[in-house]
Every structure is written in structure tokens, then in C-alpha cells.
Design a protein around this ligand. Structure first.
Ligand code: AMP
Length: 190
């Protein structure tokens, strides 16, 4: 199995890149944000609960995310691997993920961290709000999401760095340019 974490701040292009890699490398794209948005659209109990957190730009409780990820992974038992997008969002979730994969005799191979500077992120997020109409892409909520990223999510990078699995990638450029940089890493290590 190959298991990849696509990591980066909101607006870094992780979703777009994760989708491309999932197709080219035959991996299951597991986006916790997408699963939550689907749950909201379907008005499930999880969706109704999660919406309150998401609308504020803060993290949905770990136990809800953990259960959701277990379900998604086990639904795809036998897959060639996973590309995790938007997860893990804090060190608790990273430890949980490692344990869960270990129980399934596999592990994370790479954390690919997209690097995009702050001004560019804000520009992209505001632009996306016009195109996709996401309710959490407004200036106040964007500020919270970026703060949560730096306070809670960035430590996940150190966690995987200490395991020798951190691969930083310049996230500025066209979708194809960034994609090419990621491909090179996946090739180099495989
Ligand atoms: P995303 O689409 O990954 O930017 O996620 C949108 C929102 O969903 C986040 O701001 C969080 O409120 C919530 N969310 C997504 N993934 C997670 C996660 N792994 N842990 C907690 N909350 C999450």
C-alpha cells in the first residue's frame, strides 16, 4: 500500500492536487472536508453537528472525525492506498491515524506539505468563495481557519518530520507545475 498525506494551509491547493494524484496513482481520495460537506447536505446527525464548527472555521471534534475516517478506510478495504486530504488536522489525529493504519498492517509513507505564502492564500480563498460559494470562505472565517492551521495543524508536520516522512513542495505555480513537483517526490521515494 501507499499512503500519502497531502498537507497545507487552507487555499494551498491540496484538494485539487489530492484528486489528481488519486487518479494517477490509483489511490482512494479521502477528504474529511468533503465527507463533512456531504453529511451537511444530507442533514445527517453528524452533518448537523459539524456545520456549527465549520461555519466558525474551527475543528470538528476529534472523536467524530476519527469514527468518520475509520468508516471511510474500512469501506475501502483492499485499496492500493489512500491519499488523506484535510486530515490529520492536529497531533491527536496524527497519532490516531498511525495507530489505525498499524492495526491494518500499513503506515503513512509521505507527508507532502504544500508551501504557499500568506498573501497568496488569502487571495486564493477569497477568489474561491466567489466561484464555489463555500460558506466558510468569507474573510472572518478565513482568518480563523488560518489561525487554527498555524496553532493546531502545523505541529503535525513536525510529528511526521521526526519519522523522516516530511516532503515540502513549493505550492506556487500552475496546477500542472505543482503536480509535477509532487510526482517527482512520489517517484524518487518509491
Ligand atoms: P477543508 O475542506 O479541509 O478545508 O475543511 C473544512 C472544514 O471542515 C474545516 O474548517 C473544519 O471545520 C472541518 N474539518 C475538515 N477536516 C477536519 C479534520 N480532520 N478535523 C477537524 N475538522 C475538520
Amino acid at each position: 500500500m501507499i499512503n500519502v498525506i497531502l498537507f497545507g494551509p487552507p487555499g494551498s491547493g491540496k484538494g485539487t492536487q489530492a484528486l489528481k494524484i488519486s487518479k494517477s496513482h490509483g489511490l482512494i481520495h479521502l477528504s474529511t472536508g468533503d465527507i463533512l460537506r456531504k453529511a451537511i447536505a444530507n442533514k445527517t446527525p453528524l452533518g448537523i453537528k459539524a456545520k456549527e464548527f465549520m461555519d466558525k472555521g474551527i475543528l470538528v471534534p476529534d472523536e467524530d472525525i476519527a469514527q468518520m475516517v475509520i468508516n471511510a478506510v474500512d469501506r475501502n478495504a483492499g485499496a492500493k492506498g489512500f491519499i488523506f486530504d484535510g486530515f490529520p488536522r492536529n497531533v491527536f489525529q496524527a497519532r490516531f491515524l498511525d495507530r489505525m493504519l498499524e492495526e491494518r498492517n500499513t503506515s503513512i509513507d509521505y507527508l507532502i506539505a504544500l508551501e504557499v505564502d500568506h498573501d497568496e492564500l488569502i487571495k486564493r480563498l477569497l477568489n474561491r468563495s466567489k466561484i464555489e460559494g463555500r460558506t466558510d470562505d468569507n474573510p472572518e472565517v478565513i482568518k480563523n481557519r488560518i489561525k487554527v492551521y498555524f496553532d493546531q495543524t502545523v505541529p503535525v508536520m513536525d510529528y511526521y518530520k521526526s519519522q523522516g516522512k516530511l516532503y515540502p513542495v513549493n505550492g506556487i505555480g500552475t496546477i500542472e507545475e505543482v503536480n509535477e513537483r509532487i510526482y517527482k517526490i512520489l517517484k524518487k521515494v518509491k
